[in-house]
Design a protein around this ligand. Structure first.
Ligand code: CDT
Length: 311
């Protein structure tokens, strides 16, 4: 018998952030959505990846220029402080993605979890960096995450706050089963994430509808197969002519989408997420301790010579 344990879980999708938009303007939008979410019962609000700026890896430029324009050398800083103040005032936690420059000068694509007292209680640095590092002058735009960011050095960890065990990741990570499984093995109950997914794939002529299908199927399959909630926030719409998919969603451990955005603008969705729902799956069909067989996954791979042991 499991006892119901609810968390007001909101996703605050963002419409476009243009090159000319200031951090102050963006933070005002985030604060506005946080208030909206609070009004609907949210305790945790999930904002997108690189929420404070346009998706700048689409532009070719020197690292020094990118650093000066798009990276945060401290978090919080004066421009983002109003969001932390509002979180404390409202008693609402949040997840926020931003470009981080460390004091040593290393650049990461980073996300933090801030608790309802306005304190940073978790940090993640993106591990699966898509795209390329070279200039592709013939492509309609660039995807330079491999140029501007180092691979994250913090692993996939979990963080306990608000009576809930959170895992987090960023954008392309959501397509990899390992991302969720590593956190589910640490008993994550909900995985929160932000994304910027261009509607056009510069690597092959992918039908546009597949960009949304593969996004949703990744969230749904991994929620079910790990018995976890997944809350995913897009930055979407057309940023200076570069369109990105929306379809921000909150997915239950059943694999069902329980809330999804309708627009490609700033939009809040919120559900009362029962954290105990996942326990049915984690105690039965996906009881890892009882049924998972990593030693056999290894044997099979070694015998067939199909590659490295998986887990
Ligand atoms: N931001 C991010 O990781 N976007 C990727 C685009 C992949 S296409 C190079 C994504 O998986 O949505």
């Amino acid at each position: 018998m499991t006892t119901k344990r609810t968390l007001g879980l909101a996703v605050a999708q963002m419409g476009p952030v243009h090159l000319s938009d200031t951090r102050e303007t963006v933070v005002r939008r985030l604060v506005e959505m946080m208030r909206d979410a609070k009004g609907r019962g949210a305790e945790m609000v999930v904002f997108p990846e690189l929420a404070l700026t346009t998706f700048f890896p689409r532009y070719w430029m020197e690292e020094a220029e990118a650093e000066a324009r798009f990276f945060e050398a401290a978090m919080p800083n004066a421009q983002v402080q109003p969001l932390f103040d509002e979180a404390k005032k409202l008693g609402v936690g949040f997840y926020l993605g931003y470009a981080e420059r460390t004091p040593e000068g290393t650049r990461y694509n980073t996300a933090i979890i801030v608790d309802r007292a306005g304190a940073i209680v978790g940090k993640y640095r993106k591990i699966h960096l898509p795209g390329h590092s070279d200039h592709k002058p013939d492509a309609p735009f660039q995807h330079l995450e491999k140029k501007f960011f180092e691979v994250g050095d913090l692993g996939f960890r979990v963080f306990d706050t608000m009576g809930t065990r959170f895992g987090m990741c960023l954008c392309n990570d959501r397509r990899w089963p390992e991302t969720y499984r590593v956190m589910a093995l640490q008993s994550a109950e909900v995985v929160v994430l932000g994304y910027n997914t261009p509607s056009l794939n510069i690597h092959w002529n992918e039908p546009v509808h597949l960009r949304t299908t593969t996004h949703l199927v990744s969230l749904q399959a991994n929620a079910y197969q790990n018995g976890i909630w997944v809350a995913a926030a897009a930055k979407c719409g057309s940023e200076d002519g570069h369109h990105m998919i929306g379809s921000s969603a909150i997915v239950a451990p059943t694999g069902e989408i329980v809330a999804r955005t309708l627009t490609e603008e700033d939009e809040v969705i919120c559900v009362k997420a029962d954290m105990s729902l996942g326990e049915h799956f984690r105690q039965h069909v996906f009881n890892f301790a009882k049924h998972r067989r990593p030693e056999h996954y290894r044997l099979i791979v070694e015998r067939t010579g199909a590659g490295e042991p998986l887990v």
